[in-house]
Design a protein around this ligand. Structure first.
Ligand code: AMP
Ligand code: MG
Length: 447
């Protein structure tokens, strides 16, 4: 585990007052460590968890050569000697059903009727679909050139080979992966334990839902967006509500979060010139950096660790705090996000989500970044990364098009609600003209 100073010393041109988006991502990848604890869960409960070890296939899938079609199976070597005009005539001498193998022996000139998924008996390697054959009194006729030897045969092990990894450690368990695991016959999987993440909103002007409105106060929306984003990541969330700008309350909240969780996320109180105690408390209770990031929305952010004990503050090299339930040492990772509701979501997606996935031992997510034509001009200054709320769609001519969803103020959640993507304007990019290609990051599975 490295201190913030040690990480900073290894980075080129580290400047907390002027961080780039990629610089923040690199820094965070050095800061967080992977949770090692695992548990075994029934397959049905493994959705959205992270696989902790390779799943080596104990079987071949499919377990036998079988038919890909309803049709007639025969020895395909009989096709080759034929002249191109004479059909192959075959007598039908039996039937193979899915789950019920046909046991007999075939002579040349014979075939069996076979159903999709039925085992291909030894020596039979070719299936002609039933709708392509000509039925005759004595059997079937396969027109010349209709099929080649080996057609419509699914090979034993073509999906998964015996002894090879079917799934990899670090795979996020999606419905497709759960199905694949089921197809090799396993009933449970070894997964990384859920990451425990504590969250609280800060600010004297923030009302908890249900509180009576008062002048100058706003309802806490960040708690709902962040807790929702965390649940989508499969985290166990510790909801600590709204914490007032009071040193004792903030100290208690950070301390409780550090004891209970692998990571603490807060919103609000980290802006430059902020008069409240959030920053003071973070500094006092841990090792925290306060950054200004060249991005929009989401400029201020605090990142580091909140210590649980003196051992965290002064780690003896090679050892860590002895927390039986929490497998990391050096304190809980803390992400002090800005207060503005859209800035919270964007900084979460750009920074917190990849860092938490790394902590869970998940393989880096494959975000599908697409290129779309902007339908409008967008003002953009080089020297910062911008995430504009946008809509992306396929036009009638098949091209991808995008436009923004209106007011891009960093507190305007309604334009986030209308968005199905973030339009990602890169650090060095300048103004966008109508028709220009821009990068879009589809969000439907995230927000
Ligand atoms: P701050 O980063 O604390 O200066 O907050 C920036 C803006 O975000 C202010 O207008 C706050 O009122 C607003 N804000 C802060 N926290 C929340 C929250 N939890 N829910 C909704 N708005 C918030
Ligand atoms: Mg504030």
């Amino acid at each position: 585990m490295k201190t913030l100073d040690e990480i900073a010393a290894q980075l080129q041109a580290y400047d907390p007052q002027s961080m780039t988006v990629s610089g923040v991502q690199t820094f965070l990848s050095q800061l967080v460590s992977v949770v090692r604890d695992t548990e075994t869960v029934p397959l049905i409960d493994a959705m959205d968890r992270v696989l902790a070890q390779d799943l080596v296939s104990p079987v071949s899938v499919p377990p036998h050569d079988n038919s890909a079609m309803d049709g007639y199976a025969f020895d395909g070597s009989q096709l080759t000697p034929l002249d191109p005009h004479t059909p192959l005539r075959l007598a039908v001498v039996g039937t193979a059903l899915a789950g019920k193998a046909w046991q007999g022996q075939l002579q040349p000139g014979q075939c069996i009727k076979i159903m999709t998924g039925a085992i291909l008996p030894p020596g039979l390697d070719t299936v002609v679909p039933q709708e392509l054959v000509h039925q005759s009194e004595s059997g079937i006729e396969v027109a010349a050139g209709l099929v080649k030897p080996g057609d419509n045969r699914r090979l034993c092990g073509e999906d998964l080979a015996l002894g090879k990894p079917a799934l990899r450690r670090g795979d996020l368990l999606t419905p497709a992966r759960l199905g694949l695991a089921a197809s090799v016959g396993v009933t449970s999987l070894v997964v990384v334990r859920r990451l425990r993440v504590a969250y609280f909103s800060t600010g004297d002007e923030i009302l908890s839902s249900g509180e009576v409105p008062r002048e100058g106060a706003v309802y806490d929306s960040n708690r709902y967006t962040v807790l929702g984003l965390l649940r989508r990541l499969g985290c166990e969330v510790i909801d600590m509500g709204v914490v007032r700008d009071d040193p004792d309350l903030l100290e208690a909240a950070f301390t409780q979060g550090a004891v209970q969780a692998d990571a603490i996320i807060t919103s609000g109180g980290v802006s430059v010139g902020e008069a409240d105690f959030t920053k003071v408390m973070m500094k006092r209770l841990g090792d925290v950096a306060f950054w200004r990031i060249a991005m929009r929305p989401g400029r201020p952010m605090a990142v580091g660790r909140i210590f649980r004990s003196e051992t965290d503050r002064n780690p003896v090299s090679g050892t860590g705090a002895a927390d039986p339930g929490l497998s990391r040492s050096g304190g809980a990772v803390v992400f002090g996000l800005p207060g503005n509701p859209v800035a919270v979501m964007v900084t979460f997606l750009a920074f917190v989500r990849p860092a938490l996935l790394q902590m869970m031992g998940a393989n880096p997510p494959e975000e599908p970044l697409l290129m779309a034509h902007s339908q409008e001009s967008i003002r953009k200054k080089p020297g910062r990364t911008e995430y504009q709320r946008g809509l992306v769609w396929t036009a009638a001519d098949g091209s991808l098009q995008c436009r923004t969803t209106g007011n891009q103020g960093s507190g305007v959640l309604s334009s986030m609600v209308r968005a199905n993507a973030l339009i990602l304007l890169q650090h060095d990019q300048a103004n966008v003209a109508p028709g220009d290609l821009v990068t879009v990051w589809p969000l439907h599975h995230l927000v």
